[in-house]
Design a binder for this molecule. Structure first.
Ligand SMILES: Nc1nc2c(ncn2[C@@H]2O[C@H](COP(=O)(O)OP(=O)(O)OP(=O)(O)O)[C@@H](O)[C@H]2O)c(=O)[nH]1
Ligand SMILES: [Mg+2]
Length: 690
């Protein structure tokens, strides 16, 4: 448990992929003395990007946790992955933070993922700061980046520092409040000196702007300022803290994570101006007994409450649930109530996550981020609480999946293992979906994009030794008829030496409405067909319908009326009637104007207004039908119906059309007839694969 909740900081690092969040985490840990050597993403020895898939890709695929102590403050770092493929995990884990550092690189400025993380932090009403990173890189442009940031984000970004030099000559930062220059050596320890003469005017102007911004956010300070009294450094720090916490503005700092420049300033800022769990106030939830709104203060004497925001599945050590405590305390070897699953769970050790390592701790309290192993039912998003003081918190839903593949084991013997191993990965990844398509018999995995599904395949191999390939899923087409045919007659007769085979059936075949499936109408009147053969006739029909005449797809939405037939005392048998029924159906089906049906999806595409024309034009070329467009904030939501076959690879196409600014969801809506000119193509393709 941290010394004091007041001195605890839970800090989430967000921003687009490659902005430098993990590198920054490494430098924070190094400067605080947690690591003896500065970890590097590029060299593969980062303590935060420790999973083999991360080391190989030089990028985070999953949120990592660590902590350090700096000037009596304990800081939990939550290093989220920036790539859109892993944004759902970033969102879930950011819920555990009290403040967010938005890392922006000084070269390309704000990118889509940064905007999306920002919007999510807005939803959580989370105080933020911006760290302009990579000031040492070629083409680093501080003011260009600042302009970009100021033009994109609200609340208003305000400048606290100026960089000294840039690119290769980036040497340090000037702090407006202390009015000092900080020059850095490789160890991250600053040499504090007077502001260089040539920068003094610029600093004076920027400092004045900062003072005004701070004063504007605080009535008492504003009054003092307008009365002409100078604001002291203490006034400014107090105003800066209040304005940051109250989200009146977003302070901007700068530096270089890999060169360890400006990082100690950032650490001081986190201590001084970022919220403690106390600043964020009580956590609101629902009393599951009454349905009423209730809350928990971040205090030791409150009943225990917590929420799980991440789960890690390990084939050897089992499952690990990571959660944030909101109120009360917990000690080792205890139990709690899971208000989401409505069960009681026992746990043993309390663990604190430090990258890949876990350290046992004796107890935990408000604001602490803790893990426990081997819970039975608990999953990401669940609320944990004291059994006699129940509370349930809301949690963000996982983002909907956008890409699907059929999965094929390389070795036949792995078929069963594929499903069980993927189910294990499902425990730690709520954005992964697993379905077995009854019709095509394929195992379909769906996820957040190409990279997401590829890393799943990598994990499957590493953790469970199962090798699989990803294939484009088959479209589950179906066959049906459009015309009614009456009086279809088929006689099955075979005379081969001994006992022969004889059966004759008479059918009427009707088309049914979409979704009606198959109906069998036994309408025999005379005694031509003994009734004990009726089940065989129905069975023959059901079997015939499993594989249609056009291209072998299942037949649906058909009614067969069995009204007459003929039989023979000796030669008729169930088998003979089954065959007759099947053949009669196939004959009638061909006369009944057969056609193919395809799945039509509901598609909802969210894009900034500028891209609307392109996206709608593209949907039209995919045989889509636009149903409507609604405004949602600054974005437009296009609702359309599109054939599944046309949007199997929509994710990369939408990304390239919109520069990554588009998002979409799909769900099955109904089956619809395939246009005539396409039917022939599908039939040929299916036949060529046989
Ligand atoms: N020159 C320079 N390179 C940096 C700096 N910070 C990070 N990098 C490099 O940028 C690349 C990406 O850094 P990461 O720390 O992995 O970025 P990230 O934000 O964690 O990326 P994701 O995990 O993919 O979201 C690596 O090659 C780093 O070495 C910096 O301050 N200066
Ligand atoms: Mg990273």
């Amino acid at each position: 448990m941290s010394e004091s909740v007041k001195e605890l900081r839970n800090v989430g690092l967000v921003g687009h992929g490659g902005a430098g969040k993990t590198s920054l985490s490494e430098t924070l840990l190094f400067d605080a003395g947690v690591t003896k050597r500065l970890g590097s993403v590029d060299e593969g020895n980062s303590v935060m990007d420790f999973e083999p898939e991360e080391v190989r890709r030089h990028a985070s695929i999953s949120t990592a946790f660590h902590q350090y102590t700096w000037k009596k403050h304990k800081v939990n770092i939550i290093d989220t992955p920036g790539d859109a493929n892993f944004f759902s995990d970033a969102r879930s884990c950011l819920q555990a933070a009290d403040g967010a550092i938005v890392v922006v690189e000084a070269i390309d400025g704000v990118k889509v993922q940064t905007e999306q993380a920002w919007e999510f932090a807005d939803q959580l009403e989370m105080p933020r700061m911006i760290f302009i990173n990579k000031m040492d890189r070629d083409r680093a442009d501080f003011f260009g980046t600042l302009k970009d940031v100021a033009g994109t984000f609200m609340p208003k970004p305000i400048l606290l520092q100026l960089p000294i030099g840039a690119e290769e000559n980036f040497k340090g930062v000037i702090d407006f409040i202390s009015q000092k220059a900080y020059f850095y050596e490789a160890d991250g320890k600053p040499k504090v000196v007077e502001i260089p003469a040539e920068m003094q005017d610029q600093v004076a102007t920027e400092r004045e702007a900062l003072i005004e911004n701070i004063a504007e956010a605080d009535d008492a300070l504003l009054e003092k300022y307008l009365d002409g009294h100078p604001l002291t450094d203490e006034d400014l720090m107090q105003g800066l803290r209040a304005g940051t916490l109250g989200r009146a503005f977003v302070p901007v700092l700068c530096g270089s994570a890999t060169r360890n420049i400006g990082i100690d300033r950032l650490m001081d800022f986190i201590n001084d101006c970022f919220p403690s769990p106390l600043d964020r106030g009580p956590k609101v939830g629902i009393d599951p007994n009454t349905g009423d709104r209730t809350e928990r203060r971040p205090a030791l004497d409150e009943p225990f409450s917590a929420q799980v925001f991440k789960t890690i599945a390990d084939p050897y050590t089992g499952r690990l649930n990571i959660f944030r405590v909101y109120s009360g305390t917990m000690r080792v070897d205890g139990s709690f109530y899971n208000a989401t699953k409505k069960t009681r769970e026992r746990y043993g050790q309390l663990l604190q996550m430090g990258g890949r390592e876990q350290e046992a701790i004796p107890q935990a309290g408000p604001g602490d981020i803790v893990a426990v192993a081997k819970l039975k039912e608990t999953a990401t998003g669940d609320s944990l609480c004291d059994e006699s003081n129940k509370i349930r918190f809301e949690s963000v839903e996982p983002l909907p999946t956008i890409m699907s593949y059929a999965i094929q084991p390389r070795s036949k013997k792995d078929e069963d293992k594929v499903f069980t191993s993927l189910s294990r990965l499902l425990e730690e990844d709520p954005t992964l979906r697993l379905d077995r398509n009854q019709q095509t018999r394929e195992i379909i995995i769906s996820g957040m994009g190409q990279i997401h599904l590829e890393t799943i395949i990598d994990k499957l191999k590493r953790k469970f030794g199962v090798e699989v390939d990803l294939k484009t899923p088959k479209i589950p087409y179906r066959e049906t008829i459009k015309k009614l045919v009456k009086g279809v007659i088929y006689r099955h007769k075979k005379q081969s030496g001994g006992r022969g085979q004889f059966a004759e059936v008479h059918f009427d075949i009707f088309p049914l409405d979409e979704g009606k499936g198959f109906e069998f109408d036994q309408a025999l009147t005379g005694m031509n067909v003994p009734r004990n053969f009726v089940p065989a006739v129905e069975k023959g029909l059901v079997e015939a319908m499993q594989s249609g005449v056009l291209a072998g797809f299942p037949v649906v939405d058909v009614k067969v009326r069995f009204y007459d037939g003929k039989s023979h005392d000796v030669d008729s048998s169930e088998m003979a009637f089954k065959i007759a029924a099947s053949m009669c159906f196939k004959k009638g089906f061909q006369e009944a104007n057969p056609t193919l049906l395809e799945p039509i999806m509901n598609l909802s595409v969210t894009v900034p207004e500028d891209y609307m024309g392109d996206v709608i034009g593209d949907l039209n070329s995919r045989r889509g039908r636009v149903l409507g467009v609604d405004a949602k904030g600054k974005r437009q939501v296009i609702r359309a119906r599109v054939p599944m076959a046309e949007i199997l690879s929509y994710a990369p196409d939408l990304t390239s059309m919109t520069g990554g600014r588009g998002a979409f969801t799909t769900e099955f809506d109904h089956y619809q007839e395939v246009p005539a000119q396409i039917i022939q193509k599908i039939i040929e393709q299916t036949k060529s694969k046989e």
